[in-house]
Design a protein around this ligand. Structure first.
Ligand code: ADP
Length: 400
């Protein structure tokens, strides 16, 4: 089956056409700057062919038209007819409490996505726009919604409830939802496959460390806790997001600096995290480079980043009553041997001991634990697009 996987943001669309049987992306690309006259589409075919097109792409329907034109193009395309696309899988960020699994998109699903605009104003409206654009351009092709929150839907109430009046949960659905679910699911399943074990026999902590960062406690294949919460702001220190802190801090600063709601939001989401502490960059590569030149605030940002991950490894080991494996993924988790080394240092108590040669090897997917270590530690490149394609196929075939 060929599945078109789409991730639609406010001004961008990322896409891949994936052959699920071979698990290969036949072609992939993105459109950036949607809404502007000089929007740019870049496409890379699996054989290395690359093209870049600039155009007037003012909204998502036109963006999908451009993507289809490239997929069908004689010189740069990979299909001859639209109908070779068997289904479309959309990344939808927030499924709220309603979407606990991937679903075939029908009218009441559109309504459900719309109903959660309120709690996911930065993502769901654009995800929906992408779905509607496909309904216009590819009306006969089934579409499936794959939700970032769905993998976490089995968390027990003790993990998802906040300590605020219960009525705020019942009235406004304020609770932990968790995000990056597609990635946590993919890498935990991959870990089980690499270990040749049944996932139901494993207690895994997955660390998705990219610009956004989150961890999940995956017990018997089920996410039982995760660091992101009501929004993707909670938990680990991130590129520009604060992660955990005493909520009173924001009340205090808002009073002192007379911040509006929007300014407070920007402070916590865009000016905090690695960027906020270091004053240098939100990018881990630059933090590591600055640290090597003796920049103390870059070192502080690195240390806070690492410390929080270590704390959550402890917390999630307690939550699951044990630990079999830790997985690192995401741009930082996959590439930064320094971060992996620092997180795993002095963690023998948890059975974590890493092997320097393995940690520094060039392999992308690899075990990095010592053979003698009780807890296995792996680097596993995430592939959210492939996971979305697999889920989409299952739904379309009626196995979802
Ligand atoms: P996103 O969450 O936007 O998908 P990525 O998963 O690509 O982001 O992760 C981006 C992060 O990965 C950045 O902080 C970047 O610095 C970091 N990163 C990428 N390569 C390396 C590397 N070789 N060493 C350290 N950090 C890296």
């Amino acid at each position: 089956m060929k599945i078109l996987v789409l991730n639609c943001g406010s001004s961008s669309v990322k896409y891949q056409l994936i052959d699920v049987d071979s698990k290969v992306a036949l072609t992939k690309g993105s459109i950036e700057r949607i809404g502007m006259a000089d929007a740019v589409l870049t496409n890379q075919r699996s054989d290395g062919d690359e093209i870049k097109i600039t155009g007037d792409i003012l909204e998502h329907t036109t963006a999908i038209e451009y993507i289809l034109a490239v997929l069908l193009s004689k010189n740069h395309g990979v299909i001859k007819d639209k109908n070779e696309i068997d289904a479309i899988g959309h990344r939808v960020v927030h499924g709220a409490e309603r979407f606990t699994d991937s679903v075939l998109i029908e009218d009441d699903v559109l309504k459900g996505i719309r109903d959660s605009f309120d709690i996911a104003p930065l993502h769901n409206p654009h995800n929906l726009r992408g779905i509607l654009a496909c309904q216009v351009n590819l009306p006969n092709i089934p579409q499936v919604g794959v939700f970032d929150t769905a993998f976490h839907h089995n968390m027990p109430p003790r993990a998802y409830l906040y300590g605020i009046p219960y009525s705020l949960y019942t009235q406004y659905k304020i609770r932990r939802y968790g995000f990056h679910g597609t990635s946590h699911k993919f890498v935990s399943q991959r870990l089980a496959a690499l270990q040749r074990k049944n996932i139901e026999d494993l207690k895994i902590i997955t660390c998705h460390l990219g610009n956004g960062c989150s961890m999940a406690a995956v017990d018997k294949g089920v996410s039982v806790d995760t660091t992101m919460g009501f929004t993707p702001l909670e938990g680990l220190l991130m590129g520009t997001r604060s992660g955990d802190m005493d909520p009173s801090v924001i009340l205090y600063i808002s009073g002192k600096e007379e911040l509006t709601y929007a300014e407070a939001n920007t402070l916590l989401n865009k000016h905090s995290g690695l960027q906020g502490i270091s004053g240098v960059s939100s990018d881990m590569r630059e933090i590591e480079m600055e640290m090597k030149t003796g920049n103390k605030r870059a070192r502080l940002a690195f240390d806070v980043f690492v410390y929080r991950i270590k704390k959550y490894i402890g917390a999630y080991t307690a939550a699951m009553g044990g630990l079999d494996a830790v997985v690192f993924t995401g741009g930082i988790g996959e590439n930064s041997m320094e971060i992996r080394n620092a997180v795993c240092k002095d963690m023998e108590y948890f059975g974590i001991e890493i092997d320097d040669d393995r940690n520094t090897s060039k392999d992308k997917e690899k075990p990095i634990h010592k053979d003698s270590a009780r807890t296995k530690v792996y680097v596993i490149p995430t592939n959210e697009e492939l996971m979305i394609a697999i889920e989409t196929e299952m739904v379309v075939r009626g196995k979802g």
